[in-house]
Ligand binder design. Structure first.
Ligand code: ADP
Ligand code: MG
Ligand code: MG
Length: 878
């Protein structure tokens, strides 16, 4: 006997979702509970999966099982598919395990034919209705099964309405629709170059096949990718008796939510249309009416609907999204599922359901989709407006930005500082652009991915960012950007949607972010549950304050390189880099020290005694210098123009130094602690600036500092040993001079594979480890994170070679193994070692689940991801 591929609706229930799909299981469950639903049967997802695996061939026995199920169904209904007397009409509906609203196909009214149409009309005593069903069927069958273009039907319908002077579909008479049906048949035959099977049984088989295939249609694939739904789940197919919302004014079809999916408010929410079928409500063919009006039009069905909504919500203990049809005053439910909702609604519903005693706090936390909380933290585009984007890039940092287009960081900084909202457009951004980014509302780049510099920085500042919009052509000279025939000039208004990657060339209306009571309440429950600490990556006092406001329990990563940029600092930095001996270098560093000190003071003050982990200088020195080509051209031009000899000499000296610093692979070159090894004066200066800042804050009444100093890019025990010596000597010297005492820790980043492999050796010198998973991913995979996404990695993702971007979600099998090994070896060698993560993965829910399983102490992420991490950490524990 072959496998059971079919379940009658009466055999199923909600627990069989993975086999029957969400829709099939939901309808079966309603039937079980005595809610009126049309009868039918479900073809399992297993049948679809086997078909896919067989290259489109159905598994043995499926066809016979469908025939048998249909026979049983016809028996129960007392009707026969396509018969000239008492015909059975069915819908053939897709239904995936995870709901993918509107992504796959459904065919209605199957069973109507030249044989059965008269009987349908006679039974309903409504000729018009029968032809309405027929023409709808031909169109759906043509589109879904035969793959014909919707336009050919829509054009014919429009032409017909014009001919008849009808403004709406409902104005067409029975005669008109009959004529339209004939026309539709002709159009289909012409397009196909032959007639299609007119036997409804054969049509049913082909419809099932088409629904299977719709799992693979492009929009379904895109939807799955965006929502990380596996491609091999397959869809079930539900064959159900038709109920008719298009039988006249006592019939209707509609959709409803048991609560408001946009605000979460506990109020009925929905729309309906009388004398309509299927997608008419959502498709916008006619403007649907608010559900409350149904109370007047169809009072009895309305009452039953409200009762059913209540019943199903209580049953599932969650907000339901339902579909219904009323046929001649009688209500039928066609679908129920947990409703999709905004973050604000999710929080309100969860919190209300706890108050109503339907769920407990843990369940409430379990139901929050952490990633979705981003919506709450950034101004969002008001959804009640329509606009067409001029292009689309990667949704690199969520939220919406409206401002004037500018094409360089200086202009962005200048105009931004003057209070003008600007959007910074760059081919890609470098740390040099930071001032522009800071003053811009948002950032748009043509190059770079989700973890590109622009994206990381933008997220860090909570700035919306669309990255890697590869279609745009930027002309920095002319200060224009061109895409799809549209040219944007400097000063033109743009709107970025960092949550979708869309770019608009108008000012869209925004709505402000809000962290409301519901949020605070539910996140409080998450905090009670979680074990993982949540800290933030912050480089200045403002960000630190923001991070604390969002619930960060410390700063897990304070990058110091940003402190070297800025008009007042860069010259001193250049001086330091151009120094020819230690004395000169010390003079330059002495100028930088007080500036760094004041930055650290601001951070310590903002953090009020919570841990602050300061990382010593990390990037290669060339990043602070002009680029090689630019400098060479500058010198050349000065030579040609016969410039002032002293000035020329100066520029030549810079050029020589730039050449000297040039490296083929700077990311694998002289950076991180390697700088501190070659130039011990740098960590010495930084350690003193940190210590002096701490002392200054400690001097103030009631203030404390929890200080941790972190050495980057270590791969040898000797590196950490030496750097530690330098840091400890400097800090202790400062403390001694001040006659003060302060406990502090010195630790390291683990961001090179070797460091993880010899973590036991390194742990001898470390008080803490922080996995820098950005670099660790880059170095373990041998993939440059700044180039990969626009190159082969993007292609890999599109082709399904890799499931997830390893820079966004940790590669558990590879990089994850190093994290696990590094943690275990480190702790074995040094039981007091505290271990955290400070890469972008620290704010990614799936990665957080992994870090919880490894038993890390904390994660650190961008301030704006802190609330997300708090929820994700709690969910990882549940
Ligand atoms: P989707 O998954 O895209 O929502 P559905 O399978 O729910 O697709 O079908 C779309 C619409 O078709 C439903 O919302 C409902 O209005 C209509 N429909 C489906 N099956 C039936 C049926 N048996 N009787 C009446 N209408 C139906
Ligand atoms: Mg539906
Ligand atoms: Mg690093």
């Amino acid at each position: 006997m072959s496998e059971k591929y079919i379940y009658d609706l009466s055999e199923g229930d909600a627990s069989m979702k993975s086999l029957l799909g969400g829709k099939g299981a939901g309808v079966a469950e309603m039937m079980r509970l005595g809610v009126p639903v049309p009868d039918g049967f479900t073809v399992t997802t297993q049948a679809c999966i086997e078909t896919m695996n067989n290259g489109g061939t159905w598994p043995a026995g499926l066809r016979d099982q469908i025939s048998d199920a249909l026979a049983r169904f016809e028996e129960r209904a007392g009707r026969k598919l396509g018969a000239s007397e008492k015909p059975l009409l069915v819908s053939v509906r897709s239904g995936a395990v995870v709901s993918m609203p509107g992504m796959m196909d459904t065919i209605l009214n199957l069973g109507i034919s030249d044989e059965s149409v008269a009987a349908v009309a006679a039974e309903a005593n409504n000729e018009r209705f029968a032809w309405d069903c027929y023409r709808r069927f031909i169109q759906m069958y043509g589109e879904v099964v035969e793959g014909l273009d919707a336009h050919i039907y829509e054009d014919a319908l429009t032409a017909m309405k014009q001919r008849k002077g009808a403004s709406q579909d409902t104005d067409l008479t029975a005669e008109d629709l009959k004529e339209l049906t004939t026309e539709f048949k002709q159009i289909s035959d012409d397009a196909l170059g032959g007639a299609w099977p007119s036997d409804p049984r054969e049509q049913l088989m082909r419809a099932v096949e088409a629904v299977f295939n719709s799992w693979q249609n492009p929009r379904a694939k895109v939807y799955r990718k965006a929502n990380h739904i596996s491609d091999d789940l397959g869809t079930a197919v539900n064959v159900m008796q038709m109920v008719f919302g298009n039988r006249g004014e006592t019939s209707a079809t509609g959709v409803c939510f048991t609560r408001n999916p946009s605000t979460g408010e506990n109020a009925l929410y929905g729309e309906f249309l009388t004398n309509a079928q299927g997608e008419d409500v959502v498709a916008g063919i006619r403007t649907p009416r608010p559900l409350i009006e149904m109370k007047e039009v169809l009072p009895q069905a309305y009452g039953e609907l409200v009762d059913t909504m209540h019943k199903m919500e209580t049953h599932y203990r969650d907000m339901q999204d339902m579909e219904f049809t009323v046929e001649n005053g009688k209500l039928y439910m066609l679908q129920t599922r947990n409703g999709k909702r905004t973050a604000a609604a999710a929080l309100k519903v969860a919190s209300d359901l706890v108050d109503e005693g339907l769920i407990d706090k843990e369940e409430a936390v379990r139901r929050i989709e952490p990633d979705q909380l981003d919506q709450l933290l950034h101004p969002a585009i008001d959804p009640g407006q329509s606009a067409t984007p001029i292009t689309k890039g990667l949704p690199a940092s969520p939220g919406a930005a409206v401002g004037a287009a500018v094409f360089d960081a200086d202009t962005a900084a200048e105009r931004g500082e003057a209070g003008e909202p600007v959007v910074l457009i760059r081919f890609e951004t470098t740390p040099d652009d930071i001032h522009g980014v800071l003053q811009a509302q948002g950032v748009l780049t043509a190059h770079g991915g989700m973890t590109s510099h622009a994206a990381v920085v933008a997220r860090g500042f909570g700035k919306p960012c669309v990255a890697g919009a590869t279609d745009i052509k930027i002309d920095t000279e002319a200060k224009t950007m061109t895409v799809g025939g549209v040219t944007v000039h400097e000063g033109d208004t743009l709107t970025l949607n960092g949550s979708t990657g869309e770019v608009f060339n108008t000012a869209l209306k925004l709505i402000p972010p809000r962290l409301n009571e519901d949020f605070l309440k539910v996140v409080g429950w998450a905090d009670e549950i979680r074990d993982l600490g949540v800290e933030a990556n912050a480089d200045n006092g403002t960000d630190a304050a923001k991070a604390r406001e969002l619930g960060a329990e410390g700063i897990g990563l304070c990058r110091t390189e940003h402190m070297f940029f800025g008009d007042d600092r860069l010259p001193a930095m250049h001086e330091m880099i151009l120094s020819e001996n230690d004395e000169q270098r010390q003079v330059a560093l002495d100028k930088i020290l007080p500036m760094q000190q004041s930055d650290f003071e601001a951070i310590f003050t903002a953090m009020k005694g919570l841990p602050v982990t300061v990382r010593l200088l990390d990037p290669p020195l060339h990043e602070f210098m002009p680029d090689l080509v630019t400098q060479a051209l500058k010198v050349q031009e000065m030579e040609l123009k016969g410039a002032d000899p002293t000035k020329l000499a100066e520029e030549r000296r810079t050029l020589a130094q730039v050449k000297k610093l040039h490296e083929q692979n700077p990311m694998l070159g002289t950076r991180g602690c390697r700088l501190g090894m070659l130039y011990p004066q740098i960590p010495d200066m930084q350690a003193r600036a940190i210590a002096r800042a701490a002392l200054a804050v400690l001097d103030r009444e009631g203030e404390t500092v929890d200080l941790q100093i972190m050495v980057p890019l270590v791969h040898l025990r000797q590196e950490l040993q030496r750097q530690r010596e330098i840091v400890v000597a400097a800090v202790d010297d400062e403390l001694d001079k001040a006659g003060q005492k302060l406990d502090y820790l010195v630790g390291t980043m683990i961001e090179l594979p070797r460091a993880a492999l010899v973590a036991d050796q390194i742990a001898q010198e470390a008080d803490f480890f922080s996995f820098g998973t950005n670099d660790l991913t880059q170095t373990t995979l041998g993939i440059s994170r700044d180039d990969a996404e626009n190159g082969f990695l993007g292609w890999y993702e599109a082709q399904g070679v890799v499931k997830r971007d390893p820079f966004a979600t940790i590669d558990v099998d590879g990089v994850g193994q190093l994290v696990r090994m590094g943690t275990e070896k480190g702790r074995a060698a040094n039981p007091k070692l505290s271990v955290g993560v400070c890469g972008e993965h620290g704010g990614d829910p799936d990665s957080i689940a992994f870090f919880q399983s490894v038993g890390l102490d904390y994660v650190s992420c961008s301030p704006f991801r802190v609330p997300i991490a708090r929820f994700a950490a709690a969910k990882a524990k549940l």
